[in-house]
Write a protein that binds this ligand. Sequence first.
Ligand SMILES: Nc1ncnc2c1ncn2[C@@H]1O[C@H](COP(=O)(O)OP(=O)(O)O)[C@@H](O)[C@H]1O
Ligand SMILES: [Mg+2]
Length: 334
Amino acid sequence: MSESGTTPGAAGGAEDAGAAAPAAAEPSGTATENKADRPAAAESAGEAGAARPAAAEAAAHPPQTKAEAEVLQEHREEVLEHAGEVAAQVGDPRDYLLLAHELKAGYIPEVNILNGCTLTLTEGEVVGIIGPNGAGKSTLIKTIFGLLPVRSGSITLRGESIVRRSAHQLVSSGVGYVPQTQNVFPSLTVEENLEMGAFLRPKVFQRRLEAVAELFPLLGQRRKQKAGALSGGERQMVAMGRALMMEPSVLLLDEPTAGLSPMFQDEVFQRVRQINETGVSVIMVEQNARRCLQICDRGYVLDQGRNAYTGTGRQLLDDPNVIELYLGTLAKAD
Ligand SMILES: Nc1ncnc2c1ncn2[C@@H]1O[C@H](COP(=O)(O)OP(=O)(O)O)[C@@H](O)[C@H]1O
Ligand SMILES: [Mg+2]
């Protein structure tokens, strides 16, 4: 096992390289981010508010080398430059648990997959991301989790910039991530998989194991079984359980129901709500768009690396454009 342990299959990212990217339908509506909701907050995020996140980040992760110090300085300037824009559009970053603003990122130099994505997560929310295959949903999650460098834009966690943090630093900061594929160690037992999830804080293992087994009783029963011998749905529970071992405040889920039978898909959606009820805020990418919007507080439709539509789950489910372009004919049935 060569990887950091917290994110099997995550560090490579290359598994998605061949993913087809059919030309996505051009969204006909206006791009929206909840600007109108938060006019008062915008005033409080001036220069002072902007300097604070970068300063806080510097204090938490002081640069080790001259090169790192230069990068940090450069980033500090970027954050300052960007702050006015953030404030005008979404308000004070400190009002959000997580705020990704106007992100640009990609895999190949000069080819952006994310072309200015904005996403907000408020404490206690479940936020869904839907959109066509190749829209950049996984890329957005990977960028938030520090697996892809941010080319422009900002990401803040409780108002602090996390743009330069590595995945394992993010895990320590309370961000959990469950990748789309290869998200368990198949040759390890369920318990060992969960132990990997807590390797940054081994002392919490027993306490967290009990909490996770309470959420997923099946994992408690199967703890001595190899993860590779479990069904797809059970493996998904192991992957989510592993991410929950560090008691994250934000959980990033990439297509947790992919490849599962309808019964297991439903169980996963119910589990996500249950996890949320324990105080974890969730961002989930889903191909099962309708079901996802039914359980989400808010949703984002991503298309060609940009926000196409934003609203509450219900608003998106009822939006004729969203139905037409992204939910397919099935959505019209109810
Ligand atoms: N590791 C990678 N290297 C190069 N291109 C990639 C890689 N992963 C994804 N892509 C490309 O980025 C685009 C968005 O992919 P992705 O974020 O996986 O889409 P989604 O999750 O919305 O289906 C696609 O065109 C895909 O081919
Ligand atoms: Mg994906």
